[in-house]
Design a protein around this ligand. Sequence first.
Ligand code: C2E
Ligand code: CA
Ligand code: CA
Length: 704
Amino acid sequence: MKILSSGPGLGLTSMVGRASIRLRLFASFGILLTLMLVVSVVALQRLNALTVAIDHLSGQQARGAALAQQANQYTQRAAVYLLRLLQTPSRSDRAPLYSGMDAAMAMSSRAMADLTMSGVAGTGGKPVERLLGVRHAFEEAFLETVDLVEVEGLAAAREHFDAKTDPLMAQLIDAASMMAEQQQQQVQARAEELKSDAARARLVILLLAPTALMLGGGLAIAIGRSISGPIQSAANIADAIAGGRYTCHIPEGSGPELTTFMRALRAMRDNIASREKRILDLAYVDVLTNLPNRTHFVEAVTRAVGESIGAVLICDVNRFAPINNALGYQVGDQLLREVGDRLLTHVGSAGVVARLGADEFAVLLPGSDEAAAISHAQSILATMHAPLSIGGQRLDVDASIGIVMFPRDGENATDLLRHGDLALALAKRRHEGFALGSDVADKSQHEQLTLIGEMRQALSRNEFEPYFQPKQELSTGRIIGAEALLRWRHPQRGLVPPGTFIPFAEHTGFIKEITPWLLASVIRQCAEWYRAGLRIVTSINISTLDLTGRRLVIDMERLLREHRLPPGMVCLEITESALMDDPEIALRHLCELADLGVKLSIDDYGTGQASLGYVQRLPVHELKIDRAFVDQVDSRAKSAAIIRSTILLCEELGLLVVAEGVETPAEMEWLAANRCAVVQGYRIARPMPADVFIDWVGDRGAAS
Ligand code: C2E
Ligand code: CA
Ligand code: CA
């Protein structure tokens, strides 16, 4: 994306662009001010010149006119004296006239001299010369007339005056007025000159002002653009970044401020991009293994489901908890990383490998059919089996896999993952490496999936209820115990058997909520019976997860104390698989429970392996032979042999032996004949609600 157009442009433009914004502003305002100054100075100068010229002109005109007038006045006054002189016959009377006449003549001469000196004469040309010439001639004639008065008498003088002096005086007045006229003409011409000067000045100012205005405006626009353009581009870039378009091009920027700004913008973009990537990573990547996480996997499955067929493999590490607990989290983490690596190496580009959580991984194989998915699962299990060395410690890794096919086993990621979990749980239960989604239960898959979803509500809505199945002592026929078996009284489905939901409650960890509730409910019930005089040892089934923490021990201790129930009235049934998952921790907690005085029973005996090892290490009280062996024991030699040897073993070890799932009288007889101590099964009674059970016991007679 190109946001800033940084075309070649003019040399000036690029030069302006490179300058700093401050410099650009200084320069533009500087140029504007200079232009204004030039216009003002030119205008002022022109104005000054005009004023001076006008002053000068008016001064000169006034002075010239005044001097000419003065000269004329004094000349005329002298002429008046002369006329009076010519009419004064007495010499003595004439004497005072001479002095007035001389003074007037002197004043006239001075005015004339001033006129000459003032420069008016210099520029006056002919009229002035003429005036001076006539003035000179008049002065000579005047003096001649005066001389004639004294030498030849008044008549001759008068004659001379009339003939020469008077005409010269008329000429003089004429010349003076001519000069004044000429002066006026000159002034007029000069005024015209000044007028055109002023017009020129106005034109210059008129031209200069808009030019300056245009220049200034152009400059302002150019500078404005050179600043606002990049800022607009920066705003566009910021918008692009805000919109998540981190690949947008950010130019270098022209000028120091914009270069810095663009650099900061680039750093900001890169930082936001890397932070967002980190956040995305955290949201989509499992930090421990660097594999996609559940969210990412769900999205990948959602996409794949819409496109074609395929498979999802849910892979769980067996006995991860004991490794984690015994060898520490660092080893556990390393093990998980190794498992992730192995899955990734195996799957390669054929699919997506993700870590869903804890020790659960998932593989998406788009386009894969069931045969291919099974073959993948088998080779994954084979790769997992390769021993692993962590911190010099050799570990055997083992996994279970649930395989689901889409769209057959689910049309969306949620259903597929749940179904995959069911298949995984099945694989674990069967101790088989993998199980298929199609193997999961006979109930409709949809029903199972919704049940899992509803399980949580069931507990808060009090929909769970313990049923009790009696345990009968064969030698006496008395009911000496009962096994609490969980039922779910579903508002729509009616009574739901535990086989439908317990495996998933175990797999999802929800069993950790159910068991404490069941324990409280059963102990309360058992204490009630005990106070009523019944001596019935009540058994409770517990799961692997119940033994991972101390909660069971703490709850048990508190409940026994609260209900004042002798601990020996409670028995915990443990399956071998519950022990195998994390033997050390489970054994420790079981020992603590046994220390309280609670009885322990090994459930489903014979279906697993290494049973005797645990019998040896645990303060076990009872052993329950799995109903698979009890079934038709009277006609099956193999089952008979197993049960017989188990009974012998229990006698040797001092354990109470219980045969469960006794259905037929023949089985009962066989067990009695072979000294089986206790029996449990439909032959005696089906599991019943507490009140039904107590009535049933009342009818049959229990141990008291
Ligand atoms: P389990 O502990 O082996 O319980 C005995 C199961 O055998 C019960 O099934 C019982 O109803 C059934 N049963 C008893 N007599 C006969 C018989 O003569 N013939 C046949 N075919 N079956 C008989 P249920 O109640 O469906 O329980 C199934 C399993 O669910 C139990 O197996 C146990 O593993 C689990 N479970 C039941 N209640 C609880 C519980 O409260 N907590 C836990 N953790 N698991 C439970
Ligand atoms: Ca049981
Ligand atoms: Ca059992």
